[in-house]
Write a protein that binds this ligand. Sequence first.
Ligand SMILES: O=P(O)(O)OC[C@H]1O[C@H](OP(=O)(O)OP(=O)(O)O)[C@H](O)[C@@H]1O
Length: 209
Amino acid sequence: MAEAERMCISYNNIHKLCQKVAKYILARNERPDIIIAITGGGMIPARIIRSFLKVKGQKNIPIQAIGLSLYEDLGLKNSVETIGKEVIRTQWLDFGALNQHFDSLIGKKILIVDEVDDTRTTLHYAVSELEKEVVEQQNLLNRTNEDTVFSIFVLHNKDKPKKAELPDSMINSGRYIAAQTVPDMWLCYPWDAEDIEEHTEQAKAQGND
Ligand SMILES: O=P(O)(O)OC[C@H]1O[C@H](OP(=O)(O)OP(=O)(O)O)[C@H](O)[C@@H]1O
């Protein structure tokens, strides 16, 4: 792929994007009760933004990880049109650990973090499965009158047709937060770099430092 079609992103750039988004979240009085990082790309942004969301006198926001991987569905059982990618859960919430902080996700502000929104398949899956999880808990505990608020933070949203939707209520209320919207190009994150010095130089040259 030609150099111009690759966008290199430095750690410094990611740090600053997290800081910008944290400011936005705090200004809206929407500090999350819990951060859910989608592994592996969501983990570093989740950890960085937690520091910027820290408020004096308040406990650190707990981070939970969910593992979601895109799996090539070869569409063998279906028609050609269904060929695409499906999401496989490799890791899910640890409710035992969650309970040390609070009793459930019900009524909480939840920030889902990933590095990139490409086709939106992963984020759609994460939001719908987490919403289902909350509804199950609400029914179980007879607490159906409490509102749970989901937000999303991604470093980059690729400007392209998406293969899945997010709730309108989330988009329209500013709770889908992409630090940057970028053209549909190959994004090179620093954690994949073999030579981090060279990578950082390339990021600088592209203005992403
Ligand atoms: O918008 P989508 O088309 O769903 O793609 C975005 C997802 O793809 C990547 O995950 P990947 O499965 O490559 O795993 P990784 O994070 O462990 O690299 C990325 O981290 C997002 O989670």
